[in-house]
Design a protein around this ligand. Sequence first.
Ligand code: N01
Length: 533
Amino acid sequence: MKINKFLDTLIIGAGFAGMYCLHKQISDGFIAEIYEQGGDVGGTWYWNRYPGARCDIESMDYSYSFSEELQQEWNWKEKYGTQPELLNYAKHVCEKFNLRQKINFNKKIIKAVFNKKTEKWIVSSDDNIHIECKYFILATGNLSTPNTPNISGINNFEGSIYHTGAWPKEMPKFEERTVGVIGTGSSGVQSIPIISETAKNVLVFQRTPNFSLPARHTKLPEDKRDNYKKNYTMYRTLAKNSSFGIAKYQPPTQSAFDVNEDERNKIYQKAWEEGGQAMLFSFTDLLTDKRANDTAAEFVRNKIRDIVSDKDVADKLCPFDHPIGTKRLCLDSNYFQTYNKQNVSLIDISKNPISEITKNGLLTNNTEYKFDDLVFATGFDAMTGAVNAIDIINDNEVSLKSKWADGPKTYLGIMVSEFPNLFMITGPQSPGVKSQMILSIEQHVDFIHGLILHNKNNNFRQVYAKSKNQDEWVNHNNDVAHSTLYPLAHSWYNGDNIIGKKRNFMPYVGGVANYKKLCDEIIKNDYEGFEFT
Ligand code: N01
């Protein structure tokens, strides 16, 4: 095989993880490059261009902290960053740190094999470029492999089909058109109100209702932004010491039953008015005690009943199948209000699932629905999808995919035993998706970079996770998850949304502060659990 390029480090993905990782690597003199299947930087924010796409974490938090100059010079305009604003931010970072010339765009990596003799990875793209590298880093994202359900007849549909997670660059026009939307997770909840502003009619096909809280989105007032900037050190420190990685969400101190019902509802009401995820941080036991959780869930269901004028529709929109917060909470701008509009219909497909897509719409068990365009807001093969899409083979000719057949197993969500010099940024069993992502990304990249420097400075050739420590970490991850209500939900956290995927609770829910403390201890103990050869 002809090798086209020799690198110290190959990183897949030019989202926030890949870019920061590349910056660290080249700053320390490594010959490093990114391979990215998209046409520009941005990752999630490159692909998710659907109407209404914006972050569910406030911009002043959801941003890099590694460069004081960057965090002072960038002026967020909105409380929650819109997709275009986040994409511009990613491009700004790319230019500021001179990353672009080290990024290979429109390149899809499909295979990586560890060569026993050279102790290097040979990484191959779908257009037959082969790159040899010592360190191979997956910055492939957790929600980057769109899931389009395999419904028969899909090719017969005569209108346009869109997926929220792979939205076209040019915004489709829905004027005078009836649009069918399948899916009511975060992507559906954000896009349905905006699509309904221009479409003639919107038919929403809902299999399971979701909890959604008001985002209370606004323009970001300049004085608030300036105050945050002045005190960034304090806010970033508070964030690092919290469970979710957001300064204002500090651990609650009282149980839902330490107060009476009136008081409890006042606290929920305050959080509802504040917007965002505040409600989940009201009491210590909302995610561990079903009775406590029920009090918050019922509060939100009552809000839905108040907002939606048609009682039948309101009932269909009220979730009962999972404790609130055990699926990623949606944040919305007028989602439930949208069902009061004449041009929006909710179709409950929980009992009559979609049986076929036809040329003019779709069929459920008992009815035909007609529409001009179809939007899949059906989510992602989360956390493992993008990793398993690459055929990664170790020196014993074992594939990572086969190792993960019963679910992912990692040490800290960073390395997999028997796969030397292969790293994941915010991989399964890390707090990544259960935190402010960029904070976790920075912490992971710093940790991985430390491992690589340790390997290099000591003239080691390989670093890998020890199986014993990996097993212990996987068990710990499960123990923590099962001490909460999370496993009760049918969710992408558990892999439930992908047919045939083995059920495993994948994120680490012990909190970012605890996780970082653990990682720091591991470093202090000479990278305990890692083997260097
Ligand atoms: O995907 P989802 P998403 N027939 O998996 C339905 C992040 N995100 O793209 O619940 C009918 O949550 C499915 O129904 P059910 C965020 O972390 C963040 O919305 O399986 N319906 C569900 O309603 C989020 O959690 C932001 O019964 C089918 C929906 O499709 C994650 O991405 C914005 C179906 C999928 O919901 C994923 O969100 C957007 C079928 N065959 C996303 N298959 C922000 O930052 C699936 N569904 C704000």
